[in-house]
Design a protein. Structure first.
Length: 186
């Protein structure tokens, strides 16, 4: 058992019959009234994010999770297949555990969070940015860099992202896997 003074970013806790990860927190001591801890929690099973406030000194149930390195192999009708990088065992994860499946590339290194007591996978964490190749986009025109106008582009994983007008087919770009934003040329 832990208390609210033990809360930190990335901590996993059991709350309302679900496993939550602390995205951010803030200890608040108002001038009048009791202190409290304002948190933003992300569900590891459903993926939703909620704001929650705990009174100071409140006991919370901390959940022990383990991060293991896996390599993405392929997708079939069972789900997404990954290989453990340490013992070469393979696991299959359902699409609900993968946040951005459209950005998965064969051979990509990912981290899978496991519940330490019952060895069930909870969540898959992808790298924050990846380098991809643009397979199709409308041709860019020289001098189209003055505005922040974006156009659709298809990347080698099959996903569609928005890129600046000067990007052409065949170029390698860097994108953010959390929201699909264009970060720059690679």
């Amino acid at each position: 058992m832990a208390t609210t003074s033990d809360i930190r970013n990335g901590m996993c806790l059991d709350y309302n019959n679900d496993i939550w990860s602390v995205v951010e927190f803030q200890h608040v001591k108002p001038g009048k009234g009791a202190a409290f801890v304002r948190t933003k929690l992300k569900s590891l099973t459903k993926g939703k994010v909620v704001d929650n406030t705990f009174p100071a000194g409140h006991t919370i149930n901390e959940v022990r999770v383990e991060r293991r390195h896996f390599q993405y192999l392929y997708k079939d009708d069972m789900g997404f297949n990954f290989m453990n990088m340490e013992n070469y065992e393979q696991i299959v994860l359902s699409e609900s555990l993968v946040e951005s499946p459209q950005f998965l590339q064969e051979g990509m290194q990912v981290e899978v969070l496991f519940h330490a007591e019952n060895e069930t996978p909870l969540n898959l964490e992808m790298p924050t940015s990846i380098v991809v190749e643009v397979t199709y986009t409308e041709p860019g025109v020289r001098g189209d860099t003055a505005t922040n106008t974006l156009k659709p582009a298809t990347i080698d994983t099959g996903a569609e992202v928005r890129v600046p007008l000067f990007i052409n087919t065949g170029e390698k770009i860097k994108i953010d896997t959390r929201n699909g934003d264009y970060l720059g040329r690679a």
